[in-house]
Design a protein around this ligand. Structure first.
Ligand code: CTP
Ligand code: MG
Length: 372
């Protein structure tokens, strides 16, 4: 039986949050949840060491299959408490930091493979890029280890159960388990570590970790435009709002150029056609649809294509109406039609030239950012 102890009982002092580090979110999950979901495929049993007072909260997050024990005052003490919760038939144990939330299951499998090949202690390590100095308490350099022989070590660190248990019989505190095992006279094997197994210590480490989970390639952007000429006797609809007292625009829809431009930007970003191909003559039921109805329908189409909206912006171009006073109301109308997506609305005139400067109508240019 292969078990993992996930050390999560630290307070995260250097991170500086008001909650324990293991409960900090990285994307849609806490660090402890990431650590568990990455290591679970490689092991049969998991014990988590929780900070005092957070046991129930962590139990609720990790589910019934995982044993949660209260951690100790030091990391080594926490690991000892975790070891005590493992059954005697445990063959190998991986000790892992919740703070290395993104260490992959491949790394855990590599550690286990080396244990299966006969090593009693296996740890991942990365080559050191900086020159490292050993210094004394007076602030003077004592020595300079040869850089090529240095490794920055990570977790999960794997051990045979018996070796780790006996190495932990001394009440020592160490920053990793391998040093205790080495002090007990065992050989410790180094295997290749991985960048994504970085230890999240400070907020900037969290930002680095984010780059491993966000897939930048799945973002797409699109632009859309629309323009309508004024038509006497028509009611003006713009940015999802009715504008009493303003001159409306011609056309058989409500002529909401801001909404239409946003629809096209969303279609452009997602490669799902355009206003004409989605709501044109082939779909007469949309002939008289309002701008907000079209936005809602566009949201359905792009959602079906697997996309979510990151944000949309629209700039309304025209001499009238004045947008500023109703900007918040317009943003709320568009955003709610788009399922609460972040929306910005801007407005400009064109200094009496071109586009709508002649006062003949209203135009809008929109952009959308979406992700898969
Ligand atoms: N850890 C633990 N028990 C402790 C101290 C630390 O289980 N008494 C765990 C942490 O939760 C972390 C891992 O050991 O997942 C590595 O420790 P570190 O990165 O130093 O985390 P913290 O001790 O929480 O952070 P800090 O030192 O900044 O307070
Ligand atoms: Mg610590």
């Amino acid at each position: 039986m292969i078990a993992a102890i996930i050390a999560a009982a630290g307070s995260g002092e250097r991170f500086g949050a008001s909650i324990p580090k293991a409960l900090i979110h990285l994307g849609d999950k806490t660090l402890i949840e990431h650590a568990i979901s990455n290591i679970a495929p490689a092991v049969q049993q998991i014990v988590v060491t929780a900070p005092t007072g957070y046991e129930d909260q962590i139990r609720a997050l990790v589910g019934d299959e995982i044993t949660v024990v209260t951690g100790g005052a030091t990391r080594s003490e926490s690991v000892r408490l975790g070891l005590a919760a493992l059954p005697p038939e445990t063959e190998f144990v991986l000790v892992h930091d919740a703070a290395r939330a993104l260490a992959s299951k491949t790394l855990a499998h590599s550690v286990i493979e080396a244990l299966r090949n006969g090593d009693v202690a296996v740890i991942p390590g990365m080559p050191e890029v900086d020159t490292v100095k050993v210094v004394d308490t007076q602030g003077f350099v004592v020595s300079t280890p040869e850089r090529a022989s240095l490794r920055k070590v990570q977790t999960p660190q794997g051990f045979t159960f018996a070796v780790l248990k006996s190495a932990h019989q001394v009440a020592a505190d160490a920053t990793d388990d391998a040093v205790l095992v080495a002090n007990a006279g065992h050989k410790v094997r180094i295997i290749a570590g991985e960048e994504r197994a970085l230890k999240i210590t400070t907020p900037s480490d969290l930002a680095t970790a984010m780059t491993f989970i966000g897939d930048a390639k799945s973002f797409r952007t699109g632009v859309g435009t629309d323009a309508h000429a004024f038509g006497e006797g028509r009611e003006l609809w713009l940015a999802g709002l009715s504008w009493p007292g303003e001159v409306g625009v011609d056309g058989h829809s409500d002529g909401d150029v801001a909404a239409h431009a946003i629809c096209d930007a969303l279609f452009a970003a997602t490669g799902t056609g355009d206003l004409g191909s989605n709501f044109g003559t082939s779909r007469p039921e949309y002939a008289g649809a309002s701008g907000t109805q079209l936005l809602q329908e566009t949201l359905k189409i792009i959602t079906q294509a697997g996309y979510s909206i990151s944000n949309v912006t629209v700039q309304i171009i025209g001499n009238r109406p004045r947008i500023g006073a109703r900007r918040a109301e317009a943003i709320a109308a568009i955003s709610s039609a788009l399922g609460g997506a972040p929306v910005s609305i801007l407005a400009t005139t064109t200094d009496g030239m071109g586009l709508t400067g002649e006062g003949k109508g209203i135009a809008a240019i929109a952009s959308a950012l979406v992700f898969k």
